[in-house]
Every structure is written in structure tokens, then in C-alpha cells.
Design a protein around this ligand. Structure first.
Ligand SMILES: Nc1ncnc2c1ncn2[C@@H]1O[C@H](COP(=O)(O)OP(=O)(O)OP(=O)(O)O)[C@@H](O)[C@H]1O
Length: 682
């Protein structure tokens, strides 16, 4: 076996090993290191703030826009820590020019007395020029701070072409200036400051590190809003030099940001006006158990909006630091919610509640969670994930009781939510079973696509399947459907154009395969209508040009591959509205612009205000509207797709010219008919 560490050349010619006894390595005579030899001289020891400038990514996660704005967050976080500790009430952030930001607080001010370990330097200078210097290690000066590592300010200083700091303490104002982490002079007393206290930092990120990047007013403003929502005891005065706001930028040039109801205020502000909520926003806060030494154990605060439709989200924070990658506080939060709802199910003797998971709840919820804990552990300096083990237990413990109380105090609401989550859980299980079915049983011949949400009734004539455009519309349709008779199959975007595709390409296309499997009756020569699994096949796409295109592709597919679906009258088009028009308690839906204008003129009182909303797509449409206008058999209108026998030849020609392999025919048709197109929705 080769000795991996042994000499590569023959023992005879090998240089003698360097002596270790001398205490200092020596080189064998005549063996001067060549210019390429790797030795001690290659090992650099970076001192002071040099490592930050050489490897900024390690401290701020990179040198991109996110990292650039992370510098602002570091300074703002220090001011927030001062506020959360009860020493500051107002923070000011001003974007003075595209590259210069000023942050000021009215807290205690960074200490300026000489540091005991470095008596010739102020604590301020030590903080700004030394890594791992800070007042948050012991927990004496701050209970639950976002700062932990003692590097934030020094990193900002190292990466700034200039940084000015002013401290107002004991009615005296001090100032020191830095460039790239190096003090430009001593800390100097500027004079008396009888009405001022706290810290002001003005800095400009170094273009040598960040190139041409600049601050984004919108991003900084959002940062201030999200911080202010996390601590109701603080107000943030935001301003930006107005010339930095581009046309159309909705960022206010100056405003006072304050959320007296904390997370609930900010969640409400972010929810779309027409968000269909299953219950009013639920928010609250609770203390975490005290530490053994009697000091505060911290707090947890939450706000939840249970949504019938729309995008689910969970935004979490620890000690005001955003944790986009979640962590242990989220684990505790999820556990408290799921256990709470299952317990409510037990209380209601509803055994089906046992199937609920945290995903079933949070997959239909916009939520915010903020915790304040002592000595938090994060992953890395950018602190994107909380890893403190005890946070899960503390948060779950504090929240569990509150969930129980809330559900018990609002039983009707609790029952509604429970039913909704059970339905989500059962649907998830059904999907899983459908996916696993062919694997579980070799005798099960039918292999239904995983995306299909089937209906339960066995009498085929009474059932229908909705072919919908995309997963988001699929989600809404699943909620709006009648589970017994209506199935939903979401199709991803535009399906293959079968009129111009080869048979092999068609067979390989997953969307078409899913569709064929769901219908169950085969296509082409294999088609057997007696095996069709639904009485009606309904194409339901958005009421816009893309939707019409998808519907056309589907109709072409059926026309070519399963014509009997049309000739026997099984194929339909749903007619979702494009507009909802409301005046007082009256609501009217309109299919298109003309319909809308006519409705406004004829159906509503003239002069009074009407509210018109345009549905961006089926996925955005509130479930109740989708059900009422498009899916409920008692109230909807469907268009039946027909092909008259005498027209078949003409239809076939037209399909070939519009959808087939000869684009020149399509072009000719568009030219011939361009004048008859009145309105194009693009
Ligand atoms: N605005 C401020 N008011 C009072 N003290 C401050 C302020 N900003 C910074 N300090 C003091 O300076 C110390 C160092 O701050 P720095 O930002 O370098 O690190 P940190 O906040 O302790 O930890 P982290 O590196 O995790 O942010 C803080 O611990 C605090 O004692």
C-alpha cells in the first residue's frame, strides 16, 4: 500500500525531513523553496477588519443587492435592539443620496468611555474597528436582542467608503469619522446637546466592494415597515431625498411608521382588499416562561389570516430579525396550531380531525410570527434560520393554550375552520392514495393522474370534469366544486398543439396523457365511449386571450382524437366572468368589456358609484364567486361544443388551416379576418 504522506521520489534521492527539534523548521541544505513551493509564507493571517473586506460574503452573504441592503439592516437592527430593550422610542432612517443612508435612534448611545481592555481607545472605536466586540454577549445590557455576534457595526464600517458616527450621551455630542474601517481622526466633542440622546450613523457602502449598486428607497421603506410592525413600542420616521424616487415609485418621501397593533396591523395592510377570509384575522401575544434566574423568558406574537383562496405565506422573525428559512420557532408554532385543531376535533367528537397536518392549516393561511428569546442561535451572520432548540418548546407551550382558548371562545368559527382543514387533509390523502394506488395493487388497472381531484358519485351521467388552466385555478376550482359530482383536473399552461404534432410527440406529452387517463375512454382508434368516466367534460379557462388559446388547443385535441366526445354532446365550455360590478348590496358579473358597460348602464342606478373589479384569472377569483358564476349547475351557463354533420368537412378544413402544420394558412386566415376582430385582450 502506498503511504499517502510518504515521499513521492525514491528514498535515495529524497531530501532529508526538516528537523523539528530546533523549534523552527529548517530546510535541507540546497533545497531552497522554488517560487511555486507551497510553504509557511503562503499562509496569511488577516487582522482587524481586513477579513471583512477580503471575504465580505462570509459576513453579509455576498456583494449583491441583498448584501448591500443587509448593511442597512445591521444598523437598523442595533437601533431596534435599543428600542426593544426599552431605551429608545424613535428611530429615524433617511436616504440622503443613492449611496448614503443615515440611521438615528434616541437610545442610550454607544458607550464612548475608554475601553478597559484597550484604555487608549473609546468603546465606540473598539466596537467599530474590532470583530466580535459588543454588549450583547452577556445579556446584561440587552435581554432579547437581534444582535449577538458583535460584528454588525464593524462589518458595515469595514465595507463603507465613509462612515460618520455621532453619539449624544449625558448632554454632550461626540463625533468620529471613518473610511473603509479606519478612523480618520480621534473621537471629538462637538459641544453640548441638551435635547439629544442616542446614536446616529451615516454611511456609504464602498463602490470598491459593491460596484455601481445603490440603495432602493422601496426596499428600505419595506424594511422599516417590517421592523416597526415587530415592536409596537417604536415609531420609525422614514424619509428619502425626493429626487431619488422614480416616476411610479409608491414609496412615500417621508412618513412616520407605527403599528400600534403590531403584526395584526401589518398583516391586514398586506392582505388584498378582496381576500376571502374564513375567519377574521386572529392575532395575539404571550410571554414565554421566565428563565431560572427570574429574568424575562421573552415573548411570542402572531397574526393569522385563514384564507379560502390566494397565496399562503408564513413570515417569521426572531428578536426582530427576519428568518426566511424558518427554524425552531416555526416548528413550535406549527405544532401548537395542529395540536389545537386536532384537540378541537376531539372535543367535537370528530375523528376525521386526526388527519390534519400543519401543512393543511398553513397551506391556507397568511401568517406572521415574531418571537423574542434570550440568547438565540442562528445559522450564520445573516441569521436566516433560528436554530435554538428550546424555542420550539417555548413557543409551542405559550401558544397551545391560546389556540385552545381562541377556538373554544369562537365555536362556530372553529367548526368552520375545522371542516375546511379536514377537507384539505382528506383531499391530500385522496391524492396520495390515487398516486399510490397502482403501486399498492397490481390488479388495479386504472392509473389516475395524481393531479386529478375526482368526484365520488358512481353514476357517470351525473358527473362532470373541469379541465382548468394551471394549479392555482385548480386549487380554487377544487374548493368551489361539489365533491360528489364534480372532478377537477388542472393542466399546466398550454397543451401541445395536436394538429401540428406527431403521434409520438402526442403520446409523450404528460398533460395529454393525464387528460386521457382521467377521461378513461382512450383516444384515436382505441377510443371506447362506454368507458368515459364523466357525463360532461367542461373546459374552464381564464376569460382572456391565453385562456381562449388553451380552450382552442383542447377543442382541437378532442376534435382530432376523440370526436365522439363532441358529436355525442359531452364537451362544454365554462363561461367565467371577467368583471364583478357592485353597487351597495347589488352584484352583477360581466363576461367582457361590452357586457360590463351595458350592465353599468342598465342594471345600476345612474350617478351612484359602482365598484368594478376585473378578475385577473380563475386562480385569483374568490371561491364563492367562482362557484356562483361558473361552477354551480343551478346558476352557471355552459356553452355546448357542437359540430354539425353538414359542416364537418368545412370544420376539418378550418382546423387544419388554423391549427395545422402550415403556418402560412394560419397567417392567411388572420389577414382575411383581421378586420372582424374588434377587441383583443393582450
Ligand atoms: N444604536 C446603538 N445604541 C446603543 N448601542 C449600540 C448601538 N449600536 C451598536 N451598539 C453597541 O455596539 C455593539 C456592537 O454592535 P454590532 O452591530 O457590531 O454587533 P451586535 O449588534 O452586538 O451583534 P451582531 O453582529 O449580531 O449584529 C452592540 O452589542 C451594542 O452594545
Amino acid at each position: 500500500m502506498n503511504d499517502l504522506f510518504g515521499p513521492k521520489s525514491s528514498p535515495k534521492s529524497a531530501p532529508k525531513p526538516a528537523s523539528r527539534r530546533a523549534g523552527k523548521p529548517s530546510l535541507a541544505s540546497g533545497a531552497e523553496p522554488g517560487p511555486d513551493a507551497y510553504g509557511a509564507h503562503d499562509i496569511e493571517v488577516l487582522e482587524g477588519l481586513e477579513p471583512v473586506r477580503r471575504r465580505p460574503g462570509m459576513y453579509i452573504g455576498g456583494t449583491d443587492e441583498g448584501a448591500y441592503h443587509h448593511l442597512a439592516a445591521e444598523i437598523l437592527d442595533n437601533a431596534m435592539d435599543e428600542a426593544v430593550a426599552g431605551h429608545a422610542s424613535t428611530i429615524e432612517m433617511r436616504l440622503e443620496d443613492a449611496h448614503t443612508l443615515m440611521v438615528r435612534d434616541n437610545g442610550r448611545g454607544i458607550p464612548i468611555d475608554p475601553h478597559p481592555k484597550f484604555p487608549d481607545r473609546s468603546a465606540l472605536e473598539v466596537i467599530l474597528t474590532t470583530l466580535h466586540a459588543g454588549g450583547k454577549f452577556s445579556g446584561k445590557a440587552y435581554d432579547t436582542s437581534g444582535g449577538l455576534h458583535g460584528v454588525g457595526s464593524s462589518v458595515v464600517n469595514a465595507l463603507s467608503s465613509k462612515l460618520e458616527v455621532e453619539i449624544a450621551r449625558d448632554r454632550v455630542l461626540w463625533r468620529q469619522d471613518y473610511a473603509r474601517g479606519i478612523p480618520l481622526g480621534p473621537l471629538t466633542q462637538l459641544g453640548n446637546a441638551p435635547n439629544r440622546r442616542g446614536t446616529m450613523i451615516r454611511f456609504s457602502p464602498d463602490p470598491e466592494i459593491f460596484g455601481p449598486l445603490a440603495f432602493s428607497p422601496a426596499r428600505l421603506y419595506r424594511l422599516c415597515c417590517s421592523k416597526a410592525a415587530l415592536f409596537r413600542g417604536v415609531q420609525i420616521r422614514w424619509s428619502v431625498e425626493p429626487s431619488l424616487l422614480k416616476a411610479g415609485d409608491e414609496t412615500p418621501p417621508e412618513t412616520l411608521i407605527h403599528f400600534p397593533n403590531g403584526l395584526a396591523d401589518s398583516l391586514n395592510a398586506e392582505l388584498p382588499a378582496d381576500a376571502s377570509l374564513l375567519a377574521p384575522v386572529w392575532s395575539g401575544d404571550a410571554d414565554l416562561p421566565q428563565a431560572a434566574d427570574g429574568r424575562t423568558g421573552g415573548r411570542v406574537e402572531w397574526a393569522l389570516a385563514f384564507r379560502e383562496t390566494g397565496q399562503a405565506s408564513l413570515e417569521s422573525f426572531c428578536n426582530t430579525i427576519p428568518t426566511p428559512q424558518g427554524g425552531t420557532h416555526e416548528t413550535g408554532f406549527r405544532a401548537a396550531l395542529v395540536k389545537g385543531f386536532r384537540a378541537w376535533g376531539d372535543h367535537r367528537k370528530n375523528k376525521r380531525a386526526a388527519a390534519i397536518t400543519a401543512e393543511d392549516i398553513l397551506g391556507a393561511t397568511s401568517a406572521k410570527l415574531s418571537v423574542f428569546v434570550r440568547d438565540p442561535q442562528f445559522q450564520g451572520q445573516t441569521k436566516e434560520k433560528l436554530t435554538s432548540q428550546e424555542a420550539a418548546r417555548l413557543v409551542e407551550g405559550a401558544l397551545r393554550d391560546r389556540v385552545d382558548h381562541w377556538l373554544g371562545g369562537n365555536p362556530v368559527q372553529a367548526d368552520n375552520l375545522l371542516a375546511f382543514f379536514i377537507e384539505r387533509a382528506e383531499e391530500r390523502l385522496r391524492r396520495r392514495d390515487q398516486r399510490d394506488a397502482p403501486r399498492k395493487s397490481a390488479t388495479n388497472k386504472r392509473c389516475l393522474p395524481g393531479k386529478l381531484t375526482d368526484c365520488t358519485r358512481s353514476n357517470v351521467a351525473e358527473t362532470e370534469i373541469f379541465l382548468v388552466e394551471g394549479d392555482s385555478a385548480g386549487g380554487s376550482a377544487r374548493q368551489a366544486r361539489d365533491r360528489e359530482t364534480q372532478a377537477v383536473l388542472p393542466l399546466k399552461g398550454k397543451i401541445l398543439n395536436v394538429a401540428s404534432a406527431s403521434v409520438d410527440k402526442m403520446r409523450a406529452n404528460q398533460e395529454l396523457r393525464d387528460l386521457i387517463e382521467a377521461l378513461g375512454c382512450g383516444v384515436g382508434r382505441d377510443a371506447d365511449m362506454s368507458r368515459l368516466r364523466y357525463g360532461r367534460v367542461i373546459i374552464m379557462t381564464d376569460a382572456d386571450v391565453d385562456g381562449a388559446h388553451i380552450a382552442t388547443l383542447l377543442m382541437t385535441f378532442f376534435y382530432r382524437e376523440l370526436p365522439e366526445l363532441i358529436t355525442r354532446g359531452h364537451l362544454y365550455l365554462a363561461r367565467p366572468p371577467l368583471y364583478r360590478i357592485v353597487q351597495g348590496s347589488k352584484t352583477v358579473y360581466a363576461m367582457d368589456d361590452r357586457d360590463r358597460d351595458r350592465a353599468i348602464k342598465r342594471e345600476f342606478k345612474a350617478g351612484a358609484k359602482v365598484e368594478v373589479s376585473r378578475f385577473k384569472g380563475l386562480g385569483e377569483m374568490p371561491v364563492s364567486d367562482l362557484k356562483r358564476t361558473t361552477m354551480d349547475p343551478a346558476r352557471r351557463t355552459l356553452l355546448k361544443v357542437i359540430s354539425l354533420p353538414e359542416d364537418r368537412l368545412a370544420t376539418s378544413d378550418r382546423v387544419e388551416s388554423l391549427m395545422g402544420r402550415k403556418p402560412e394558412l394560419r397567417f392567411q386566415f388572420i389577414q382575411d379576418h383581421a378586420r372582424s376582430v374588434e377587441l383583443l385582450d393582450v
